[in-house]
Design a binder for this molecule. Structure first.
Ligand code: MN
Length: 504
């Protein structure tokens, strides 16, 4: 993303140019009107770093244009701070820009009001009322998200620019805002499948939260990246030769792992040599079948590490990520990770929900106009809906918060049914969680389970990629109170409790 450096960079033409690059028929009148209105509203206002205030909403709108959002979202991005900072009402926005833009702007403003401003940074997760309040705000964030995912995308763009301009703030504010970014916004971007955005946010936050470690990683990786780059270039040339004449038109590029994820890996194992995907080669080809063809050519030339071949095309990650991954012994036997995907998969991996948004909107212009509020594609928002569902059943805020913490912020594993259906579960899940993830009926009638064909006990903790087979009996006595000790997902726990309440 291009940074905006000075006042002269505030240029409507630049915004129009970026929007026109993906949508020539966008409503440019709306964008111009919003630009002029917001610029006028913020006249004379300054940001903490001395910049003219309008630079911020303008920067956010550029980020939204990079996400290829529709004109109404761009407009709302430009207007996103006028309700809070200027003497403007929602009614006025509605009259001037229509009800949809007004809904988006007020949605973002409401999220801003609960923007955790007075909450101190704290590493203590439990029993801290401030902390709980902060996470309670999350609940509203999620609800807003399910109502219209564009509100969240505007909020993410807003946060991205705020992170870029964090230098002007006091150290404790920098830490607090960065913590929020790491704990709330980056996981959100991840769950929406926006890989590049998430990585950006994490690295921006990493620098402020752990400045020493950040510097260390930068220094440590510098040399390695340099050496690897040379090697990857050689490898790339060789791959180009191998794939030449196969009619694949491959685009071969290198990609470096982002700093925060290197930091996390090194915390588990300090041996940087063991991070095989520190730098990877990415091959982009036109068709899905070309991906497999390319993989075949690579494997017939370089021996793969069998356990590291991953087919996320046949079995996408729950956030929609698709790609083939393989790790091979490359030139001079050097271990090299290669990712293969189509252009469309690539765009989705980088942009997630926002990439979808663009496709879907252009396809269903009519349906969209009729429905007003927009939803991200079903598969991507399934977890949001589940969460809301559960929220209705939750008795108290604390219970909801407890569920949120476990469901969203723990690491995830992917477990499979014997038929190959994939289930996204939090780390620490047991067969009970799996059973209820499949269906309430399955959970309620479960009498045992096999993992990778072996009988296991109910408290068995599932590992990533396990194949789980639930054994049910029609006349089973139903869930036992004990199960609450083993189930970690809010869904399973809620259903078990509901069952116990009925029977006890
Ligand atoms: Mn803002």
């Amino acid at each position: 993303m291009q940074k905006i450096l000075s006042l002269k960079d505030i240029d409507l033409k630049e915004l129009e140019r970026r929007v026109a690059a993906y949508d020539k028929k966008a409503d440019f009148d709306l964008i111009k009107k919003s630009f002029e209105f917001a610029q006028d509203c913020h006249k004379g206002q300054k940001r903490k770093n001395g910049d003219c205030y309008f630079m911020h909403p303008f920067a956010a709108s550029l980020i939204l244009a990079d996400m290829e959002m529709d004109a109404k979202t761009i407009s709302a991005g430009l207007l996103h701070d006028v309700l809070e900072n200027c003497d403007v009402t929602e009614k006025q926005i509605e009259q001037l820009f229509g009800s949809e833009v007004a809904m988006l702007v007020s949605g973002v403003t409401k999220l801003g009001e609960i923007d955790f401003d007075k909450i101190e940074a704290s590493d203590e997760l439990k029993d801290d009322p401030k902390r709980l309040k902060k996470i309670e705000s999350l609940r509203k964030l999620f609800l807003a998200m399910a109502k219209d995912v564009r509100v969240v995308l505007i909020k993410l763009a807003d946060r991205h620019h705020n992170m870029e301009t964090l230098d002007a703030l006091k150290v404790e504010d920098q830490k607090r805002i960065s913590n929020e970014t790491l704990e709330i916004y980056a996981p959100l971007a991840d769950r929406l499948g926006m890989g590049r955005f998430k990585a950006d946010l994490e690295d921006l936050a990493f620098k402020y939260i752990y400045p020493k470690e950040y510097l260390k990683i930068v220094q440590r990786t510098k040399k390695i990246f340099h050496a690897k780059e040379k090697y990857l270039n050689e490898m790339r040339n060789l791959l180009n030769l191998l794939l030449e004449g196969e009619d694949l038109n491959p685009v071969i590029e290198g990609r470096a792992k982002h700093l925060y994820s290197i930091y996390k890996k090194l915390k588990k194992d300090n041996d940087i040599e063991k991070i095989y995907d520190l730098m990877a080669i990415r091959i982009i080809v036109p068709e899905k079948s070309d991906c497999y063809k390319t993989l075949g050519i690579i494997h017939s030339n370089f021996k793969p590490l069998i356990y590291r071949i991953k087919d996320y095309i046949a079995v996408p990650k729950p956030n929609g990520y698709q790609s083939l991954h393989t790790t091979v012994f490359g030139l001079e036997g050097k271990i090299t990770e290669i990712q293969i995907r189509t252009e469309k998969m690539h765009e989705e991996a980088e942009k997630g929900v926002s990439a979808h948004w663009h496709y879907d909107e252009s396809k269903t212009q009519k349906g969209y106009a009729e429905h007003k509020a927009s939803f991200a594609p079903k598969a991507k928002t399934r977890w949001i809906n589940e969460l809301m569902d559960w929220n209705k059943a939750a008795h108290s805020t604390e219970e909801f918060i407890e569920g949120l913490k476990i469901d969203i912020f723990k690491d995830r594993i992917f477990a499979f049914s014997p038929k190959g259906d994939v289930f996204d579960l939090p780390d620490g899940s047991t067969p009970i969680d799996f059973a209820y993830a499949v269906h309430t009926f399955i959970g309620d009638h479960m009498v045992g389970a096999r993992v990778n064909s072996k009988m296991i006990s109910m408290d068995h903790v599932l590992a990533d990629r396990d194949i789980v087979e639930i054994i049910i009996k029609k006349n089973s006595p139903g869930p036992k109170r004990d199960w609450l000790k083993y189930a970690v997902t809010s869904r399973a726990r809620g259903r078990i409790r509901a069952h116990l309440n009925k029977t006890e």
